[in-house]
Design a protein around this ligand. Structure first.
Ligand SMILES: NC(=O)c1ccc[n+]([C@@H]2O[C@H](COP(=O)([O-])OP(=O)(O)OC[C@H]3O[C@@H](n4cnc5c(N)ncnc54)[C@H](OP(=O)(O)O)[C@@H]3O)[C@@H](O)[C@H]2O)c1
Length: 332
């Protein structure tokens, strides 16, 4: 089959080539990929930034999101059958959706929303699961609570705004001038244009912040939270709890502890909670998201699409950091 893969880590590595078809295990669903979507995670994996946490063997097919049609199922698979239209984010140990075929554990898949096409569906899993795991699972966001979602025009932000509004929250977000009206249309109640305003001077008394930006924004976000509020970051730094859950070695656990000790200490001194979320594949949660998409509550946002042959260009485009919503790879 054709796939985009790397045979060494590095910033601009990766090429399209022929690779062996995947082997279908008992719990696997073999999916003919129609579309995939690009995440910054793909670039970070390609550059080797996750080597210590996710020790992949090379060559490695990249890609963390897919939508497609089930071709075959393993002997233990119960929930899917050939012909089903599915979407998902494969478990982190077995990625590889920039390919014509991929095998995914059935627990990671859900039926694709019936009201949208393959490209729109492929744009959803990783960012929607991230939003769900931050806002529902970790923050336990309640109706009437105030949440600040940074980078509202990004892949995660554009989805998280819609989910937070569905949960009944009051939503503030940050974006640049050109995207202000656009994020309002997604549902944001307050939009801070980061080129003209400092969010930390304007917002206060927030219950939750979802941070996907750098260390400066993370630290400033402490100021907008009420005592008892939660600062939840998906862009780091990771916490000792994360290191524990990932089963990292003693040395790495100490390194992780050090990385986040400053922000954890500052959060504690203000009576705030700091958490790092590293999203995980979860077909059951994705099933809930399917219902929200079919009910018109969540609308996928696709910025641009690229053919599989141009995957390197799609990665370069996302790495510029200006994408509005998601970037999709058309595989079929
Ligand atoms: N831990 C996890 O499980 C997890 C899951 C998903 C993503 N992530 C991480 O979260 C981060 C965001 O991911 P993403 O896919 O949402 O990124 P993305 O789609 O590439 O983000 C691009 C968006 O960021 C906005 N942006 C850039 N600088 C900004 C600033 N200073 N203030 C406000 N908005 C700004 C841009 O808007 P403008 O053009 O208007 O500037 C653009 O729309 C990445 O680091 C990613 O690796 C982590």
């Amino acid at each position: 089959m054709k796939a985009f893969f790397i045979d060494r880590y590095g910033k601009d590595t990766g090429r399209i080539g022929e690779v062996p078809d995947p082997q279908v295990g008992p719990n696997d669903v073999l999916v003919q990929v129609h579309a995939a979507s690009v995440n910054l995670l793909d670039s970070k994996i390609r550059a080797g930034e996750f080597k210590a946490i996710l020790p992949y063997s090379l060559p490695l097919i990249l890609g963390n999101d897919l939508a497609g049609v089930v071709l075959r199922v393993g002997s233990a698979v119960r929930r899917f059958q050939p012909g089903d239209e599915v979407y998902g984010r494969p478990p982190q140990a077995r990625i590889g959706t920039f390919a014509e075929l991929v095998c995914v554990n059935e627990q990671a898949l859900a039926l694709k929303p019936r009201n949208i096409g393959m490209q729109a569906a492929a744009s959803i899993p990783l960012v929607a699961l991230t939003s769900w795991q931050v806002l529902v699972e970790t923050a336990r966001l309640q109706k009437g609570q105030k949440v600040l979602i940074h980078a509202g025009s990004g892949g995660v932000g554009s989805l998280a705004i819609q989910l937070a509004k569905h949960l009944g929250a009051f939503v503030a977000t940050t974006t640049s001038t050109d995207n202000v009206e656009w994020v309002k249309a997604l549902g944001a109640d307050v939009v801070i244009d980061y080129r003209k305003q400092d969010f930390a001077q304007v917002l206060q008394g927030y219950d939750v912040v979802l941070n996907s930006l750098g260390a400066d924004v993370l630290e400033k976000s402490l100021k907008v939270l009420r005592p008892g509020g939660q600062l939840i970051s998906i862009s780091g730094p990771p916490t000792p709890q994360f290191a524990e859950e990932q089963g990292l070695s003693w040395v790495l656990r100490q390194a992780v502890r050090l990385l986040s000790s400053g922000i954890r200490r500052k959060a504690r001194s203000r009576n705030l909670r700091y958490a790092f979320v590293f999203m995980r594949a979860q077909g059951a949660q994705l099933g809930e998201i399917t219902s929200l998409v079919e009910a018109g509550v969540i609308r996928p946002v696709v910025d641009r699409s690229f053919p599989l042959e141009a995957t390197a260009d799609a990665l370069a485009y996302v790495e510029q950091g200006r994408a509005k919503g998601k970037v999709v790879i058309e595989v079929r």
